[in-house]
Design a protein around this ligand. Structure first.
Ligand SMILES: *Cc1c(COP(=O)(O)O)cnc(C)c1O
Length: 460
Protein backbone atom coordinates (compact mmCIF):
# COMPACT_ATOMS: atom_id res chain seq x y z
CA UNK A 1 0.00 0.00 0.00
CA UNK A 2 1.27 3.45 -0.82
CA UNK A 3 1.62 5.53 2.29
CA UNK A 4 0.19 8.99 1.75
CA UNK A 5 1.05 11.47 4.41
CA UNK A 6 1.22 14.81 2.73
CA UNK A 7 -1.96 16.76 3.39
CA UNK A 8 -1.93 18.59 0.05
CA UNK A 9 -1.46 15.35 -1.81
CA UNK A 10 -4.30 13.68 0.09
CA UNK A 11 -6.55 16.65 -0.59
CA UNK A 12 -5.89 16.60 -4.30
CA UNK A 13 -6.49 12.86 -4.59
CA UNK A 14 -9.68 13.28 -2.57
CA UNK A 15 -10.78 16.05 -4.92
CA UNK A 16 -10.03 13.89 -7.95
CA UNK A 17 -11.81 10.72 -6.85
CA UNK A 18 -14.09 11.09 -3.85
CA UNK A 19 -17.72 12.17 -4.06
CA UNK A 20 -18.62 13.23 -0.51
CA UNK A 21 -21.97 12.67 1.20
CA UNK A 22 -23.93 15.82 2.18
CA UNK A 23 -21.17 18.02 0.77
CA UNK A 24 -20.88 20.43 -2.10
CA UNK A 25 -17.95 18.59 -3.62
CA UNK A 26 -17.04 21.48 -5.93
CA UNK A 27 -16.70 23.88 -2.98
CA UNK A 28 -14.82 21.42 -0.82
CA UNK A 29 -12.43 20.65 -3.65
CA UNK A 30 -11.55 24.32 -3.94
CA UNK A 31 -10.89 24.74 -0.23
CA UNK A 32 -9.36 21.34 0.45
CA UNK A 33 -10.93 18.78 2.69
CA UNK A 34 -9.94 18.48 6.36
CA UNK A 35 -8.25 15.15 6.95
CA UNK A 36 -8.65 13.29 10.23
CA UNK A 37 -5.91 10.74 10.81
CA UNK A 38 -6.40 9.29 14.28
CA UNK A 39 -8.52 9.51 17.40
CA UNK A 40 -8.58 8.47 21.01
CA UNK A 41 -11.17 9.00 23.72
CA UNK A 42 -13.06 12.20 22.98
CA UNK A 43 -10.34 13.72 20.78
CA UNK A 44 -9.59 13.43 17.06
CA UNK A 45 -6.31 14.38 15.40
CA UNK A 46 -6.04 15.93 11.96
CA UNK A 47 -3.29 15.61 9.36
CA UNK A 48 -1.78 18.94 10.45
CA UNK A 49 -1.25 17.67 13.97
CA UNK A 50 -4.18 19.46 15.61
CA UNK A 51 -6.00 17.77 18.50
CA UNK A 52 -9.71 18.49 18.41
CA UNK A 53 -12.39 17.74 21.03
CA UNK A 54 -14.99 15.68 19.19
CA UNK A 55 -18.14 17.43 20.35
CA UNK A 56 -20.17 15.44 17.79
CA UNK A 57 -19.05 11.89 18.69
CA UNK A 58 -18.03 11.39 15.07
CA UNK A 59 -21.50 11.77 13.60
CA UNK A 60 -23.63 11.28 16.73
CA UNK A 61 -22.33 7.73 17.04
CA UNK A 62 -19.08 7.26 19.05
CA UNK A 63 -20.92 7.13 22.35
CA UNK A 64 -18.19 5.27 24.22
CA UNK A 65 -15.43 7.35 22.62
CA UNK A 66 -12.76 6.58 20.07
CA UNK A 67 -10.23 3.77 20.04
CA UNK A 68 -11.67 1.51 22.74
CA UNK A 69 -9.47 -1.56 22.86
CA UNK A 70 -12.26 -3.75 24.31
CA UNK A 71 -14.37 -3.25 21.20
CA UNK A 72 -11.50 -3.54 18.74
CA UNK A 73 -10.35 -6.78 20.36
CA UNK A 74 -13.88 -8.19 20.45
CA UNK A 75 -14.32 -7.47 16.75
CA UNK A 76 -10.92 -8.95 15.87
CA UNK A 77 -11.63 -12.09 17.90
CA UNK A 78 -15.01 -12.49 16.26
CA UNK A 79 -13.56 -12.06 12.79
CA UNK A 80 -11.03 -14.78 13.46
CA UNK A 81 -13.71 -17.12 14.79
CA UNK A 82 -16.42 -16.44 12.23
CA UNK A 83 -15.98 -13.47 9.92
CA UNK A 84 -19.30 -13.77 8.21
CA UNK A 85 -22.28 -15.96 7.90
CA UNK A 86 -25.78 -14.96 6.91
CA UNK A 87 -28.89 -15.03 9.04
CA UNK A 88 -31.27 -15.92 6.18
CA UNK A 89 -32.53 -19.44 5.49
CA UNK A 90 -32.67 -21.04 8.93
CA UNK A 91 -29.22 -20.06 10.17
CA UNK A 92 -27.89 -17.88 12.96
CA UNK A 93 -24.61 -17.55 14.86
CA UNK A 94 -23.70 -16.95 18.49
CA UNK A 95 -23.03 -13.17 18.35
CA UNK A 96 -26.38 -12.33 16.70
CA UNK A 97 -28.19 -14.52 19.24
CA UNK A 98 -26.33 -12.97 22.16
CA UNK A 99 -26.97 -9.45 20.89
CA UNK A 100 -30.69 -10.11 20.43
CA UNK A 101 -30.89 -11.22 24.05
CA UNK A 102 -28.93 -8.19 25.25
CA UNK A 103 -31.15 -5.78 23.32
CA UNK A 104 -34.22 -7.38 24.88
CA UNK A 105 -32.64 -6.57 28.25
CA UNK A 106 -31.73 -2.93 27.63
CA UNK A 107 -34.77 -1.84 25.60
CA UNK A 108 -38.18 -1.05 27.14
CA UNK A 109 -40.22 -4.12 28.16
CA UNK A 110 -42.48 -4.24 25.09
CA UNK A 111 -39.48 -5.03 22.87
CA UNK A 112 -38.38 -8.66 22.60
CA UNK A 113 -37.67 -9.08 18.88
CA UNK A 114 -34.99 -7.45 16.75
CA UNK A 115 -34.29 -7.33 13.03
CA UNK A 116 -30.78 -6.34 12.02
CA UNK A 117 -29.75 -3.98 9.23
CA UNK A 118 -26.68 -2.09 8.08
CA UNK A 119 -27.75 1.46 8.99
CA UNK A 120 -30.43 3.77 10.31
CA UNK A 121 -31.74 4.42 6.81
CA UNK A 122 -32.13 0.72 6.15
CA UNK A 123 -33.83 0.28 9.50
CA UNK A 124 -36.44 2.85 8.57
CA UNK A 125 -36.96 1.18 5.19
CA UNK A 126 -37.50 -2.09 7.04
CA UNK A 127 -40.02 -0.47 9.38
CA UNK A 128 -41.82 1.12 6.43
CA UNK A 129 -42.44 -2.34 5.03
CA UNK A 130 -43.14 -3.97 8.41
CA UNK A 131 -45.85 -1.45 9.29
CA UNK A 132 -47.72 -2.05 6.04
CA UNK A 133 -47.28 -5.81 6.34
CA UNK A 134 -48.57 -5.73 9.92
CA UNK A 135 -51.74 -3.88 8.94
CA UNK A 136 -52.28 -6.24 5.99
CA UNK A 137 -52.08 -9.18 8.40
CA UNK A 138 -54.54 -7.38 10.67
CA UNK A 139 -56.97 -7.11 7.76
CA UNK A 140 -56.58 -3.34 7.48
CA UNK A 141 -54.41 -2.83 4.38
CA UNK A 142 -55.88 0.66 3.99
CA UNK A 143 -53.82 1.77 7.01
CA UNK A 144 -50.84 2.43 4.76
CA UNK A 145 -50.13 6.13 5.32
CA UNK A 146 -47.23 7.44 7.40
CA UNK A 147 -47.09 10.66 9.37
CA UNK A 148 -43.75 12.31 9.90
CA UNK A 149 -42.69 15.87 10.62
CA UNK A 150 -41.15 18.76 8.76
CA UNK A 151 -37.48 19.16 9.60
CA UNK A 152 -37.16 15.49 10.60
CA UNK A 153 -34.17 13.41 9.56
CA UNK A 154 -34.73 9.69 9.13
CA UNK A 155 -31.96 8.76 6.68
CA UNK A 156 -31.06 8.94 3.02
CA UNK A 157 -32.55 5.98 1.20
CA UNK A 158 -35.73 6.54 -0.82
CA UNK A 159 -38.19 5.61 1.93
CA UNK A 160 -36.11 7.13 4.75
CA UNK A 161 -35.55 10.43 2.90
CA UNK A 162 -39.26 10.53 2.08
CA UNK A 163 -40.13 10.01 5.72
CA UNK A 164 -37.69 12.80 6.53
CA UNK A 165 -38.94 16.34 6.31
CA UNK A 166 -36.08 18.14 4.58
CA UNK A 167 -37.25 19.93 1.43
CA UNK A 168 -33.62 20.14 0.27
CA UNK A 169 -33.55 16.33 0.19
CA UNK A 170 -37.00 16.01 -1.39
CA UNK A 171 -36.03 18.37 -4.21
CA UNK A 172 -33.44 15.96 -5.55
CA UNK A 173 -34.85 12.81 -7.07
CA UNK A 174 -38.57 13.48 -6.96
CA UNK A 175 -39.30 12.71 -3.29
CA UNK A 176 -41.22 12.12 -1.15
CA UNK A 177 -42.83 8.89 -2.36
CA UNK A 178 -46.62 8.67 -1.99
CA UNK A 179 -48.36 8.01 1.28
CA UNK A 180 -46.35 10.23 3.61
CA UNK A 181 -47.65 13.40 5.29
CA UNK A 182 -45.48 15.84 7.23
CA UNK A 183 -46.85 17.45 10.38
CA UNK A 184 -45.43 20.69 11.82
CA UNK A 185 -42.20 20.66 13.82
CA UNK A 186 -42.28 21.34 17.57
CA UNK A 187 -39.50 23.90 17.11
CA UNK A 188 -40.52 26.69 19.47
CA UNK A 189 -37.65 29.02 18.59
CA UNK A 190 -38.54 29.10 14.90
CA UNK A 191 -42.33 28.79 14.96
CA UNK A 192 -43.53 29.48 18.49
CA UNK A 193 -44.26 33.16 17.90
CA UNK A 194 -45.88 34.78 20.92
CA UNK A 195 -46.83 31.47 22.57
CA UNK A 196 -45.06 30.09 25.61
CA UNK A 197 -43.16 26.87 24.86
CA UNK A 198 -45.82 24.92 26.81
CA UNK A 199 -48.71 26.40 24.82
CA UNK A 200 -46.80 25.93 21.60
CA UNK A 201 -46.21 22.25 22.43
CA UNK A 202 -49.96 21.77 22.95
CA UNK A 203 -50.72 23.61 19.72
CA UNK A 204 -48.36 21.52 17.56
CA UNK A 205 -49.52 18.24 19.09
CA UNK A 206 -53.14 19.24 18.40
CA UNK A 207 -52.29 20.37 14.87
CA UNK A 208 -50.72 16.97 14.25
CA UNK A 209 -53.82 15.16 15.49
CA UNK A 210 -55.98 17.47 13.36
CA UNK A 211 -53.88 16.61 10.30
CA UNK A 212 -54.40 12.94 11.13
CA UNK A 213 -58.15 13.35 11.54
CA UNK A 214 -58.32 15.27 8.27
CA UNK A 215 -56.69 12.36 6.43
CA UNK A 216 -58.63 9.78 8.43
CA UNK A 217 -56.98 7.75 11.19
CA UNK A 218 -58.33 4.55 9.59
CA UNK A 219 -55.96 5.18 6.66
CA UNK A 220 -52.87 5.86 8.79
CA UNK A 221 -50.54 3.05 9.82
CA UNK A 222 -47.90 4.82 11.84
CA UNK A 223 -46.22 8.02 12.87
CA UNK A 224 -42.44 8.24 12.93
CA UNK A 225 -40.59 10.72 15.12
CA UNK A 226 -37.38 11.21 17.01
CA UNK A 227 -37.88 11.89 20.73
CA UNK A 228 -35.50 14.85 20.27
CA UNK A 229 -34.80 15.88 16.66
CA UNK A 230 -31.07 15.57 16.10
CA UNK A 231 -29.93 16.50 12.60
CA UNK A 232 -32.83 18.95 12.39
CA UNK A 233 -30.94 21.11 14.91
CA UNK A 234 -31.44 19.40 18.28
CA UNK A 235 -35.07 20.41 18.64
CA UNK A 236 -36.21 19.46 22.14
CA UNK A 237 -40.00 19.57 22.08
CA UNK A 238 -41.81 21.44 24.87
CA UNK A 239 -42.81 19.14 27.74
CA UNK A 240 -46.47 19.34 26.76
CA UNK A 241 -45.96 17.93 23.26
CA UNK A 242 -45.25 14.21 23.63
CA UNK A 243 -47.93 13.34 26.23
CA UNK A 244 -50.74 14.78 24.08
CA UNK A 245 -49.39 13.37 20.84
CA UNK A 246 -48.66 9.87 22.17
CA UNK A 247 -52.11 9.65 23.78
CA UNK A 248 -53.79 10.88 20.59
CA UNK A 249 -51.98 8.27 18.49
CA UNK A 250 -52.99 5.48 20.87
CA UNK A 251 -56.63 6.56 20.83
CA UNK A 252 -56.56 6.46 17.03
CA UNK A 253 -54.78 3.08 16.85
CA UNK A 254 -51.80 4.54 15.00
CA UNK A 255 -48.46 2.86 15.64
CA UNK A 256 -45.61 4.97 16.98
CA UNK A 257 -42.13 4.55 15.55
CA UNK A 258 -39.50 6.10 17.78
CA UNK A 259 -36.43 6.85 15.67
CA UNK A 260 -33.75 6.27 18.30
CA UNK A 261 -30.76 6.41 15.97
CA UNK A 262 -29.40 9.42 17.89
CA UNK A 263 -31.42 9.40 21.13
CA UNK A 264 -30.91 5.68 21.78
CA UNK A 265 -28.07 4.11 23.76
CA UNK A 266 -27.80 6.67 26.51
CA UNK A 267 -27.76 10.00 24.72
CA UNK A 268 -30.60 11.50 26.79
CA UNK A 269 -29.54 9.98 30.11
CA UNK A 270 -31.95 7.07 29.64
CA UNK A 271 -31.20 4.01 27.57
CA UNK A 272 -33.71 5.22 24.97
CA UNK A 273 -35.18 8.62 24.20
CA UNK A 274 -38.75 7.30 24.37
CA UNK A 275 -38.11 6.53 28.05
CA UNK A 276 -36.95 10.10 28.52
CA UNK A 277 -40.15 11.38 26.87
CA UNK A 278 -42.42 8.80 28.52
CA UNK A 279 -43.81 7.28 25.31
CA UNK A 280 -44.39 3.58 24.57
CA UNK A 281 -43.52 3.10 20.90
CA UNK A 282 -44.37 0.05 18.78
CA UNK A 283 -41.08 0.19 16.88
CA UNK A 284 -37.67 1.65 17.57
CA UNK A 285 -35.15 2.52 14.87
CA UNK A 286 -31.61 1.92 16.05
CA UNK A 287 -28.15 2.53 14.54
CA UNK A 288 -25.18 4.81 15.35
CA UNK A 289 -24.77 4.24 19.12
CA UNK A 290 -25.72 0.56 18.82
CA UNK A 291 -22.09 -0.21 17.90
CA UNK A 292 -20.78 3.17 19.02
CA UNK A 293 -19.82 3.59 15.36
CA UNK A 294 -17.08 0.93 15.44
CA UNK A 295 -18.71 -1.21 12.75
CA UNK A 296 -21.72 -0.14 10.65
CA UNK A 297 -24.96 -1.57 11.98
CA UNK A 298 -28.62 -0.78 12.42
CA UNK A 299 -31.51 -2.63 14.02
CA UNK A 300 -35.27 -2.50 14.31
CA UNK A 301 -36.91 -3.20 17.64
CA UNK A 302 -40.32 -4.80 17.10
CA UNK A 303 -42.82 -4.65 19.96
CA UNK A 304 -44.72 -7.69 21.17
CA UNK A 305 -47.93 -6.28 19.71
CA UNK A 306 -46.44 -6.37 16.20
CA UNK A 307 -44.19 -9.40 16.62
CA UNK A 308 -47.06 -11.58 17.87
CA UNK A 309 -49.09 -10.83 14.75
CA UNK A 310 -46.10 -11.49 12.48
CA UNK A 311 -45.42 -14.78 14.23
CA UNK A 312 -49.03 -15.94 14.39
CA UNK A 313 -50.43 -14.79 11.07
CA UNK A 314 -47.44 -13.96 8.88
CA UNK A 315 -45.66 -15.89 6.14
CA UNK A 316 -42.02 -15.47 5.34
CA UNK A 317 -41.21 -11.74 5.61
CA UNK A 318 -39.72 -11.18 2.16
CA UNK A 319 -37.08 -8.74 3.31
CA UNK A 320 -33.52 -8.77 4.64
CA UNK A 321 -30.01 -7.59 4.02
CA UNK A 322 -26.89 -9.63 3.28
CA UNK A 323 -25.30 -8.04 6.33
CA UNK A 324 -28.31 -8.38 8.66
CA UNK A 325 -26.66 -9.39 11.93
CA UNK A 326 -23.08 -9.32 10.64
CA UNK A 327 -20.96 -11.12 13.26
CA UNK A 328 -18.35 -8.34 13.49
CA UNK A 329 -21.05 -5.71 13.98
CA UNK A 330 -22.77 -7.86 16.61
CA UNK A 331 -19.47 -8.26 18.44
CA UNK A 332 -18.96 -4.48 18.38
CA UNK A 333 -22.46 -3.93 19.73
CA UNK A 334 -22.11 -6.51 22.50
CA UNK A 335 -18.82 -4.92 23.57
CA UNK A 336 -20.37 -1.43 23.41
CA UNK A 337 -23.28 -2.43 25.63
CA UNK A 338 -20.78 -4.10 27.97
CA UNK A 339 -18.83 -0.85 28.33
CA UNK A 340 -21.99 1.18 28.81
CA UNK A 341 -23.02 -1.11 31.64
CA UNK A 342 -19.67 -1.53 33.37
CA UNK A 343 -18.84 2.19 33.21
CA UNK A 344 -22.42 3.21 34.03
CA UNK A 345 -22.45 5.65 31.14
CA UNK A 346 -26.23 6.13 31.13
CA UNK A 347 -26.02 7.08 34.81
CA UNK A 348 -23.03 9.33 34.10
CA UNK A 349 -25.11 11.25 31.58
CA UNK A 350 -28.26 11.33 33.71
CA UNK A 351 -26.79 12.11 37.13
CA UNK A 352 -23.35 13.58 36.69
CA UNK A 353 -21.80 15.01 33.56
CA UNK A 354 -25.15 15.65 31.86
CA UNK A 355 -26.54 18.05 34.49
CA UNK A 356 -23.05 19.51 34.98
CA UNK A 357 -22.65 20.39 31.30
CA UNK A 358 -26.25 21.52 30.96
CA UNK A 359 -25.90 24.14 33.68
CA UNK A 360 -22.88 25.69 31.96
CA UNK A 361 -24.26 25.26 28.46
CA UNK A 362 -27.53 27.06 29.21
CA UNK A 363 -25.51 30.07 30.34
CA UNK A 364 -24.31 30.51 26.76
CA UNK A 365 -27.68 32.18 26.17
CA UNK A 366 -26.42 35.16 28.23
CA UNK A 367 -24.29 36.18 25.25
CA UNK A 368 -25.82 38.99 23.14
CA UNK A 369 -25.66 36.88 19.99
CA UNK A 370 -27.10 33.65 21.44
CA UNK A 371 -30.89 33.44 21.40
CA UNK A 372 -31.43 30.14 23.16
CA UNK A 373 -29.30 27.31 24.47
CA UNK A 374 -30.81 23.90 25.11
CA UNK A 375 -29.57 20.57 26.39
CA UNK A 376 -30.89 17.27 27.71
CA UNK A 377 -28.55 14.43 28.57
CA UNK A 378 -25.56 15.02 26.31
CA UNK A 379 -27.34 16.48 23.31
CA UNK A 380 -27.60 20.23 22.98
CA UNK A 381 -27.63 23.27 20.77
CA UNK A 382 -27.48 27.02 20.80
CA UNK A 383 -29.05 29.40 18.35
CA UNK A 384 -27.38 32.51 16.94
CA UNK A 385 -29.70 35.48 16.69
CA UNK A 386 -29.30 39.06 15.48
CA UNK A 387 -32.04 40.22 17.88
CA UNK A 388 -32.86 37.87 20.73
CA UNK A 389 -36.09 39.51 21.86
CA UNK A 390 -37.52 39.30 18.35
CA UNK A 391 -35.97 35.80 17.88
CA UNK A 392 -34.59 37.17 14.61
CA UNK A 393 -32.25 35.22 12.37
CA UNK A 394 -29.62 36.46 9.97
CA UNK A 395 -30.15 37.18 6.26
CA UNK A 396 -29.61 34.29 3.85
CA UNK A 397 -26.00 34.00 2.82
CA UNK A 398 -24.56 35.62 5.96
CA UNK A 399 -22.94 32.27 6.80
CA UNK A 400 -23.02 32.64 10.57
CA UNK A 401 -23.27 28.93 11.33
CA UNK A 402 -20.68 28.08 8.72
CA UNK A 403 -18.27 30.67 10.13
CA UNK A 404 -18.80 29.41 13.67
CA UNK A 405 -18.13 25.85 12.58
CA UNK A 406 -14.83 26.89 10.99
CA UNK A 407 -13.80 28.86 14.09
CA UNK A 408 -14.75 25.87 16.18
CA UNK A 409 -12.53 23.44 14.27
CA UNK A 410 -9.68 25.95 14.31
CA UNK A 411 -10.00 26.29 18.07
CA UNK A 412 -10.03 22.59 18.79
CA UNK A 413 -13.72 21.75 19.04
CA UNK A 414 -16.00 19.92 16.62
CA UNK A 415 -19.44 21.49 16.62
CA UNK A 416 -21.85 21.09 13.76
CA UNK A 417 -23.87 23.91 12.22
CA UNK A 418 -27.53 23.43 11.29
CA UNK A 419 -28.21 26.75 9.63
CA UNK A 420 -27.28 29.30 12.32
CA UNK A 421 -27.77 26.80 15.12
CA UNK A 422 -24.76 24.97 16.58
CA UNK A 423 -25.28 21.45 17.84
CA UNK A 424 -23.23 19.13 20.05
CA UNK A 425 -23.46 15.51 21.15
CA UNK A 426 -20.15 14.58 22.81
CA UNK A 427 -19.19 11.02 23.79
CA UNK A 428 -20.98 9.76 26.90
CA UNK A 429 -17.60 9.14 28.54
CA UNK A 430 -17.16 12.92 28.88
CA UNK A 431 -15.67 14.01 32.21
CA UNK A 432 -16.42 17.22 34.08
CA UNK A 433 -13.00 18.62 33.16
CA UNK A 434 -13.67 17.86 29.51
CA UNK A 435 -17.10 19.46 29.81
CA UNK A 436 -15.36 22.61 31.09
CA UNK A 437 -13.02 22.53 28.12
CA UNK A 438 -15.93 22.09 25.72
CA UNK A 439 -17.79 25.11 27.11
CA UNK A 440 -14.65 27.28 27.20
CA UNK A 441 -14.07 26.57 23.55
CA UNK A 442 -17.72 27.15 22.65
CA UNK A 443 -17.54 30.58 24.35
CA UNK A 444 -14.48 31.44 22.31
CA UNK A 445 -16.25 30.39 19.11
CA UNK A 446 -19.25 32.56 19.99
CA UNK A 447 -17.00 35.58 20.64
CA UNK A 448 -15.16 35.09 17.34
CA UNK A 449 -18.44 34.70 15.46
CA UNK A 450 -19.79 37.81 17.19
CA UNK A 451 -16.75 39.77 16.03
CA UNK A 452 -17.32 38.49 12.49
CA UNK A 453 -21.02 39.43 12.58
CA UNK A 454 -20.21 42.94 13.78
CA UNK A 455 -17.57 43.40 11.12
CA UNK A 456 -20.07 42.30 8.48
CA UNK A 457 -22.60 44.78 9.83
CA UNK A 458 -24.97 41.97 10.79
CA UNK A 459 -25.23 43.03 14.44
CA UNK A 460 -25.43 46.32 16.25
C1 LIG B 1 -28.36 9.23 11.13
C2 LIG B 1 -29.82 9.02 11.27
C3 LIG B 1 -30.51 8.12 10.46
C4 LIG B 1 -29.85 7.41 9.32
O1 LIG B 1 -28.87 6.54 9.73
P1 LIG B 1 -27.74 6.07 8.68
O2 LIG B 1 -26.98 5.04 9.44
O3 LIG B 1 -26.96 7.28 8.31
O4 LIG B 1 -28.46 5.51 7.50
C5 LIG B 1 -31.84 7.90 10.72
N1 LIG B 1 -32.47 8.54 11.70
C6 LIG B 1 -31.85 9.43 12.49
C7 LIG B 1 -32.60 10.09 13.58
C8 LIG B 1 -30.50 9.72 12.29
O5 LIG B 1 -29.88 10.63 13.04
Amino acid sequence: MTILNNTRELQSIDAAHHLHPFTNTREINERGVRIITSASGIYVNDAEGNRILDGMSGLWCMNVGHGRKEIIDAVARQMEELTYYNTFFNTAHPPVIELSRLLAEVTPPQFNHFHFTGSGSESNDTIFRLVRYYWELEGKPEKSIFISRRGAYHGSTVAAASLGGFSSMHKQGGLPIDGIYHAPSPDWWSYGGELSPEDFGIKVAEQTLALIDGIGADRIGAMIAEPIMGAGGVIIPPKTYWPILAKGLKERDILLISDEVICGFGRTGQWFGCEFMGTQPDFMTMAKGITSGYVPMGAVAVSDRVANVLLEKGDEFAHGYTYSGHPAACAASIATIGIMRSEKLVENVRDDVGPYLKEKWLQLADHPMVGEAVMEGLIGAFQFSSDKKARAGFPDGSKIGFTAREHSFQNGLVMRAVGDRMVIAPPLTLTRAQADELVEKAVKVIDLTYAYAKKQGLMA
